[in-house]
Design a binder for this molecule. Structure first.
Ligand code: ADE
Ligand code: ZN
Ligand code: ZN
Length: 236
């Protein structure tokens, strides 16, 4: 996702934190909110000192295959990246500076895991090579999902977070069930449908947004609830 998507996920997660997690995170982030730090991992991409983290934003799983059956990317991926973050943040013996860095990474990566095209195919770089038009301008399937649909919706991240349906505890717990690999599988299944949702060079506009906005909202909502779950488990 681009900025707004990650901020929505941070906002949803913030509201779902346990008291203990909220206090621990408040201390680590010097009072900053999850939405405020949710784009840190993209901001450091331009800095060559952080090159080792650039493959952590996505994972490519061929259609019909499971993550556990694929050859892992030597540079890491969303799954190994999230695992490393959980490990570093969860160990109180680690220097605060490291725990803060990996906490910021974690908030972003759990968000990216819920952008279906971040769990897309290697041969087209998660849809980056699938050119389409968005309201008459050049775009691609990855970008439509990262930013075009969300930006054109025209709401701020707080407004967007407030339009998400309020779910009772049981519904929230159901969404939070499972773990990273289950959520990867779910994104992969959505990505499969999204590959079928466009033709190369297709002119996309209102109709596409209308058809898929519910999926955008539900992925942002799930991302936020699951991020809270991961954080609540770390700070138990
Ligand atoms: N961004 C850059 N490369 C990517 C890939 N292979 N899959 C998904 N997103 C990407
Ligand atoms: Zn992206
Ligand atoms: Zn990212």
């Amino acid at each position: 996702w681009s900025k707004t998507g990650h901020r929505v996920i941070g906002e949803v997660a913030q509201e779902e934190l346990s008291g203990k997690a909220k206090r621990a995170i408040h201390k680590l982030l010097d009072g900053k909110s999850l939405s405020a730090i949710s784009n840190f991992a993209d901001e450091i991409k331009a800095d060559s000192r952080y090159r080792e983290f650039s493959a952590w934003h996505y994972v490519n799983v061929p259609p019909g295959k499971d993550y556990k059956d694929i050859e892992p990317n030597t540079y890491g991926d969303l799954v190994t990246g999230i695992r490393k973050c959980v490990e570093v943040v969860g160990n109180k013996k680690n220097p605060k500076e490291d725990r803060v860095f990996y906490l910021k990474m974690l908030v972003h990566l759990v968000g990216d895991l819920h952008q279906p095209m971040h769990v897309g195919r290697l041969e087209d770089k998660g849809g980056n090579d699938i050119q389409v038009q968005w309201f008459g301008r050049g775009s691609n399937l990855h970008r439509v999902w990262d930013s075009n649909m969300i930006d054109d919706y025209g709401l701020s991240f707080t407004e967007l977070a407030n339009t998400l349906p309020s779910l009772d505890k049981k519904a929230r717990r159901k969404i939070q069930a499972g773990e990273v690999l289950d959520w990867v599988k779910e994104s992969q299944e959505i990505a499969d449908k999204l590959y079928d949702s466009v033709e190369i060079g297709e002119k996309l506009s209102y109709r596409y947004s209308y058809d898929w906005w519910g999926t955008v909202e539900s992925q942002l909502h799930k991302g936020g609830l699951r991020l809270a779950k991961v954080l609540n488990d770390i700070f138990k």
